[in-house]
Write a protein that binds this ligand. Structure first.
Ligand code: GLN
Length: 247
């Protein structure tokens, strides 16, 4: 009985949700046509959908906006989709209104800071975060979220995390490296990809350091705001994306 129920559930869910039915979770897949009449009836019933899918795809109703002004935004979109949530590129305040949470990717903080202000995205982000929207910045994204940038008092930042960051703290592009980074709350370390990465040199009272590398703070959380010096979107590991979706 239990076997039959499990088989039925897997069959139904895999057919209805192409992401579960395929190895590659990032490439677009044509939906599979339903074959069972019972399945047809049940799969259109919202109560059944909630009951059947929620434990397997807990993030399916979420829509993440990745700030797509410059940098590696496409990689974040793939990682979020691999978690089962939706992800879209965001370049305007109007596009930001269509999402539940946002990611600022890696890139060049001086350029993105200037353009974010020009496009009105900076103000829109600040308003949404003040209203409780979760946000995550990776590398340049964390610099953009900081309250202060060491040695660059005139560089624009969003002041969403009460931290001071030091840019390029591990050296230039040629000094990029990868290494294991243990994070509070994850049993296994993540692979940290550090590319002209910043470190956190001051933590405000309400900010928690959740990851250190070589004694330096490289991951922080303040309420629903997350910042990492490194690039989880450049690895196949989606645990940090799942962490963000659960905030
Ligand atoms: N060093 C870059 C900056 O300060 C950030 C690098 C990155 O996002 N990989 O903008």
């Amino acid at each position: 009985m239990l076997f039959a129920a499990t088989f039925f559930l897997v069959f139904v869910v895999a057919n209805e949700n192409p992401r579960l039915a395929t190895e590659s979770q990032t490439s677009p897949v044509e939906p599979v046509r339903p074959r069972l009449s019972l399945y047809c009836t049940l799969s259109r019933c919202s109560v059944f959908q909630k009951w059947a899918y929620s434990p397997l795809v807990p993030y399916k109703d979420m829509r993440v906006g990745v700030i797509a002004i410059q940098g590696d935004f496409e990689k974040h979109i793939s990682s979020i989709k691999a978690c089962g949530a939706d992800a879209v590129e965001v370049r305007t305040p109007e596009e930001l209104q269509t999402v539940d949470r946002a990611i600022i990717p890696g890139g060049e903080s001086t350029t993105v800071g200037m353009l974010m202000q020009r496009f009105g995205v900076a103000e829109a982000l600040k308003t949404r975060v003040a209203d409780g929207m979760p946000i995550w910045g990776t590398c340049m994204g964390m610099i953009m979220m900081a309250a202060e940038i060491e040695g660059r008092p005139s560089q624009f930042s969003l002041n969403l995390l009460d931290i001071t960051v030091k840019r390029n703290a591990f050296g230039a592009q040629v000094h990029s490296f990868e290494d294991a980074v243990p994070l509070d709350g994850l049993s296994e370390p993540v692979l940290g990809v550090f590319i002209r990465a910043p470190i956190v040199t001051r933590l405000g009272d309400h900010v928690k350091a959740i990851g250190r590398y070589d004694g330096k703070i490289v991951a922080v959380q303040q309420g629903r705001c997350l910042g990492t010096s490194f690039h989880p979107e450049l690895t196949d590991d989606i645990r940090l994306h799942q962490w963000f979706l659960s905030l």
